[in-house]
Design a binder for this molecule. Structure first.
Ligand SMILES: Cc1ncc(C[n+]2csc(CCOP(=O)(O)OP(=O)(O)O)c2C)c(N)n1
Ligand code: SF4
Ligand code: SF4
Length: 589
């Protein structure tokens, strides 16, 4: 008898394992917490027959995935919830054409917004696109549902969404390991315009087929064990899914539960059967009233969002409070550790030596509007830099600048985004500025990586996800090709020169592209230099260096001091000290 192999895996590792075991041969995605580690873990299998790639954005990833799935290959596409907004266009039509090889779109939601600009409930997208969506609740189910996802995808010829959440992606559990099994499908695209070419004449039939397919999947949802009822005390029946299921099992161990593994299409027969067999129905779902609204529309009486919040992430303690409220009791005080009242504030800040700090410092000399974006540089909004005025979504740093520039707003506008964001969705904004005769200054903070999500490569870094050297795209040349004439490559640490450049470019009546190039100091330690020190005897405590907001500079009584263990020697503080009192440690004064 072969020995059962198990490993303690994070949800994201388990998704990767599931995809690997299911015989995925093509995987594409764009990084975004909490989904990022899935592709990294899958690429680490280094399988000859497995190709994993970072795409410049989620729309591209899904389109690449769709192409591969039409040849019969099994395909995984990964992204975070906001990424599906970017990929919404191909997603909605892929639901029509369907697939040949199974295609799973792993979308990771972030209830509580641990690292996201908004809270979104991806289940709505599944209903919108009319595709099935699975909701694992832990690492074991993450692997299993990933594999089921491919089977369902091939059985019904539809893309399948697997919806993760931060808690599922990042918590660990013991997972059974099985062998990789390649599907038997022969790879080879079979022409079939009626299925793959949604010109109106064919798309109208596809629309009808889509409803039929959805109907069949609904039958599946009502009979397959992916949705299951656990009868217990029948005075209360709870309908739930995802990690909420685990919290429910802890907080209401005696209750009956309808656990939904497939959130959509709705398993109406199960909703009805369950509600007929319990005295009261309570729906516990994270974020929106997705099930509740539908259950009520079926004429079933239930409680839900009248007790359960629709904002933020659940915890056991939150559910214990909800239980008390539901039962009309006083809320328990379940905080496991007393919160310390006097902990110092630790606001998020750019790292010591971060190259982004230099450009923000130069911009502080100007009364202009800065439309920012979502990378590490979003921290430029915080004091003491306070140099970002708006953030919307990836790519918005450029496009919002143009919108303000073309409005009667009298101030000059500077649009900022990072190198990964430039390739994600900055290029189209740049084309637009050139085409529509914008005059804003746009800056790419090019730190040679996607730092915010953990240093992933992108088309500008010269390396693929699989670790191979590749073509390095030049931001300057792309700018040129878009029609921008004024293009400057600068070192963000050179504050004086950058102030002069900005002054000059503010006077120009055409767009300017500035590429501020210097590597992220966490990604490339080769740029670290000797730590700096402040002459403690001569310093007049003017605060210029402190205003950089570098965590390595702290007050030592009246006089600021540099913590040598944190300092990367980036020289920025040296550049802003007008008395020239900051030098490399150990240099003669
Ligand atoms: C549509 C979308 N996809 C993914 C993300 C996750 N995310 C936030 S910022 C960012 C890119 C950061 O890289 P870059 O622009 O190079 O800036 P850096 O963090 O390196 O300074 C990503 C992928 C997101 N917020 N929105
Ligand atoms: S990770 Fe890199 S880019 Fe991000 S704040 Fe730190 S130094 Fe700056
Ligand atoms: S050189 Fe100055 S600004 Fe740069 S990391 Fe050191 S203390 Fe911070």
């Amino acid at each position: 008898m072969s020995e059962l192999k198990q490993d303690l895996l994070s949800g994201n590792d388990a998704y990767a394992r599931g995809a690997w075991e299911a015989g995925v041969t093509v995987a594409a995605g764009y990084p975004g917490t909490p989904s990022t580690e899935i592709l990294e873990a899958l690429a680490a299998y280094k399988q000859q027959d497995l190709h994993c790639e970072w795409s410049p954005n989620e729309k591209v990833a899904l389109e690449v995935g769709a192409g591969a799935a039409l040849t019969g290959a099994r395909v995984l596409v990964t992204m975070k919830h906001v990424g599906l907004n970017v990929a919404a266009d191909p997603f909605m039509t892929l639901a029509y054409t369907g697939c040949v090889g199974g295609i799973v779109i792993l979308v990771a939601d972030d209830p509580g917004m641990h690292s996201s600009q908004n809270e979104q409930d991806t289940r709505h997208f599944a209903r919108f696109g009319k595709v099935p969506i699975l909701e694992p609740s832990d690492a074991t189910e993450a692997k299993d549902m990933m594999k089921r996802g491919f089977e369902i995808s091939e059985q019904f010829k539809t893309p399948v969404i697997v919806r993760s959440t931060t808690r599922v992606s990042h918590s660990r559990g013991l997972v059974d390991l099985e062998d990789r099994q390649l599907p038997e499908t022969k790879i080879g695209f079979q022409k079939n315009p009626r299925q793959f070419v949604p010109v109106p004449a064919f798309a109208r039939q596809m629309r009808v087929d889509l409803e039929k397919r959805l109907h069949d999947i609904k039958d599946f949802a009502e009979t397959d064990s992916i949705n299951r009822i656990e009868y217990n005390d029948k005075s209360l029946g709870i309908i739930t899914s995802s990690t909420s299921y685990l919290y429910v099992k802890e907080v209401w161990p005696e209750a009956s539960v309808l656990k939904l593994g497939m959130a959509y299409p709705f398993a109406d027969k199960l909703f009805k059967e369950f509600s007929e067999n319990v005295d009261n129905v309570l729906v516990i779902e994270e974020l929106d009233d997705f099930y509740e609204e539908h259950i009520k529309a079926l004429g079933i009486k239930c409680d839900g969002k009248n007790f359960v919040p629709n904002i933020g992430e659940f915890t056991q303690s939150k559910l214990a409070v909800i239980r008390a409220k539901y039962e009309g009791k006083e809320a328990p005080n379940l905080s496991p550790v007393e919160e310390a009242a006097d902990l110092p504030m630790r606001p998020p800040t750019l790292c010591p030596g971060c190259p982004h700090r230099g450009m923000f410092t130069a911009l502080r000399y100007f009364d202009c509007i800065v439309t920012g974006d979502i990378g590490c540089y979003a921290l430029g909004v915080a004091p003491p830099l306070s140099r970002i005025d708006t953030i919307l979504c990836m790519g918005g740093g450029f496009t919002m600048a143009h919108g303000m520039d073309r409005s009667p707003e009298p101030k000059k506008v500077v649009g900022i985004l990072g190198d990964s964001t430039f390739f994600h969705s900055g290029i189209t904004g740049l084309c637009n500025i050139a085409y529509n005769k914008g005059t804003s200054i746009i800056i790419v903070l090019d730190n040679r990586t996607t730092a915010m999500t953990g240093h992933q490569d992108h088309p500008g870094t010269g390396k693929t996800l699989m670790g191979d050297p590749t073509q390095t795209l030049s931001i300057e040349k792309i700018g040129e090709a878009c029609g921008i004439k004024r293009i400057f490559s600068v070192d963000p640490r050179d504050i004086d020169s950058n102030v002069q450049l900005l002054k000059q470019e503010f006077e120009v009546d055409e767009p300017t592209l500035i590429v501020a190039k210097y590597p992220c100091v966490l990604n490339d330690k080769s740029v670290w230099e000797t730590p700096r020190e402040i002459d403690q005897d001569l310093c007049v405590s003017c605060g210029n260096c402190v205003q950089l907001g570098c965590p390595a500079i702290e007050y030592n009584g009246e006089i600021p001091k540099i913590e040598p263990l944190m300092c990367t020697g980036c020289s920025l503080c040296e550049n802003v000290c007008e008395l020239d009192l900051i030098n490399a440690q150990g240099t003669e004064k």
